[in-house]
Design a protein around this ligand. Structure first.
Ligand code: F6P
Ligand code: MN
Length: 296
């Protein structure tokens, strides 16, 4: 059995970076434990104007507090906080996070997760600069899907509270699953044509409303997750810094790709921490197909 700790060591990851990854990974158990008493919505909205679930703010406060205490990071940017928080630490690492993605599914007990990216230096860097990206999924198992720039590995939390390696060198198969956000009536013609092509080729629709969970099945089975530009939201819904970059980094490390429909989002220098972007992430062929439609 290879543990997460051993994997990080064997991968030559710097000690401080490993410590940050392990520290956040350790928060899966307290986060899971908090679900039972945080089922409702809070009376607050986040910087993107979305109503926060009680678990959004709980997970955000919890992870931020743990990071502040650790002295291991100099900045944290969270989907649930208006501004970047800086700490008086000599660390060069900054953390970006969606503390609880898919939180509207908490009250129906469907799969949700925590998305994390770690940069050397400031927060507003293109996703391709990530030193590490991972997500924890709170499903039937607690899993952690990680890239430190050497492919993608999936770990599961065992009954001893240790993350054990389940799969290394994960590669996204071409596959034919697809899931798309946005109302069909608000899709733009390019996106409608893309989905029609997938459906005509026998693609299977899978969309739960939790990006991180929907991406995980694309990672394993192949296909595409999309949140396109719509007539009402030309930049789509998902956030570049907290959601799209960490997941896009993982996809590209697994031999897949991520795009805003025209080009890779991993090259985009964020102008604002909460900026949104359309996203297409998954198998290489799927991403090439939407870019071809836009370039036609
Ligand atoms: O964080 C945004 C998010 O909750 C994603 O997890 C999810 O894929 C998407 O929004 C769902 O949005 P909609 O309800 O519009 O399909
Ligand atoms: Mn989210």
């Amino acid at each position: 059995m290879t543990t997460l700790q051993e994997y990080l060591k064997n991968s030559g990851v710097y000690e401080d970076l490993s410590k940050i990854i392990l520290l956040i990974a350790d928060q899966a158990a307290p986060i899971r434990a908090a679900f039972i008493s945080n089922q409702s919505y809070a009376d607050s909205t986040n910087a993107s104007g979305e109503q926060q679930a009680a678990m959004d703010t709980w997970a955000d406060t919890h992870i931020t507090r743990v990071l502040a205490k650790s002295g291991l990071v100099h900045a944290v940017a969270s989907e649930e906080q208006d501004d970047i928080t800086t700490f008086s630490s000599s660390s060069k690492y900054s953390v970006v996070m969606d503390p609880l993605d898919g939180s509207s599914l908490i009250s129906v007990n469907l799969c949700v997760g925590t998305i994390v990216g770690i940069y050397d230096g400031d927060v507003l860097q293109p996703g391709k600069n990530l030193k590490a990206a991972f997500y924890m999924l709170y499903g039937p198992m607690t899993t952690l899907t990680l890239s430190v720039g050497r492919g993608v590995a999936i770990f599961a939390l065992n009954s001893d509270g240790v993350y054990q390696l389940m799969q290394d060198n994960v590669q996204i198969p071409e596959g034919n699953l697809y899931g798309s956000g946005g109302l069909r009536t608000e899709w733009l013609p390019e996106h409608a044509a893309f989905i029609a092509d997938i459906e005509a080729a026998g693609g299977k629709n899978r969309y739960s409303g939790s990006f991180v969970a929907d991406f995980h099945q694309v990672l394993k089975y192949g296909g595409v997750y999309a949140y396109p530009p719509t007539t009402k939201s030309p930049d789509g819904k998902l956030r570049l810094v907290f959601e799209v970059n960490p997941i896009g980094f993982l996809a590209s490390q697994a031999g897949g790709a991520v795009s805003n429909g025209v080009s890779s989002t991993l090259a985009v220098v964020p102008a604002r921490v909460h900026q949104r972007t359309p996203i297409y992430v998954g198998s290489r062929g799927m991403i090439a197909a939407i870019e071809k439609i836009h370039h036609a």
